[in-house]
Design a protein around this ligand. Structure first.
Ligand SMILES: [Zn+2]
Length: 128
């Protein structure tokens, strides 16, 4: 089994991130608390994507090789899929936000600060 250990400068101290590879499978284990919050470790994701900016210590060059070491593994594919899906989600959220804003401008033309009696008044522009 291939094993590499890196020291990571995190937001709340230093973490130990270990990379393993065996029989075409790769995985990473980080001591940061991301998993406890149901999140993916951003340090591992960064290394998979070739970003070594948070690696401290004398094996930064080795960390840069992680990107090549995960090539072709299920780990690499899933990280790419998740990132692509998150990008789609981000764009969809932006679109929803923009459309809601435009809808608000039509439904509430006097803005959100209207008198209480006018609060539920909606004005629609219709074509005759
Ligand atoms: Zn981490």
């Amino acid at each position: 089994m291939e094993k590499h250990t890196f020291l990571i400068a995190g937001n709340h101290g230093e973490y130990k991130l270990t990379f393993y590879k065996k029989d075409g499978k790769a995985w990473l284990n980080c001591s940061c608390p991301a998993g406890e919050y149901g999140q993916h470790c951003r340090h591992a994701i960064a290394l998979i994507n070739g970003d070594t900016s948070m690696v401290i210590g004398n094996n930064i060059q080795e960390a840069a090789e992680i990107k090549n070491m995960v090539k072709g593994t299920r780990l690499e594919i899933l990280v790419k899929n998740v990132m692509a899906a998150e990008s789609v989600l981000k764009k969809a959220k932006k679109l929803v936000s923009e459309q809601k804003e435009e809808l608000d401008s039509i439904m509430y033309p006097f803005g959100p600060r209207v008198k209480k009696s006018e609060k539920h008044q909606m004005i629609f522009t219709i074509r005759s």
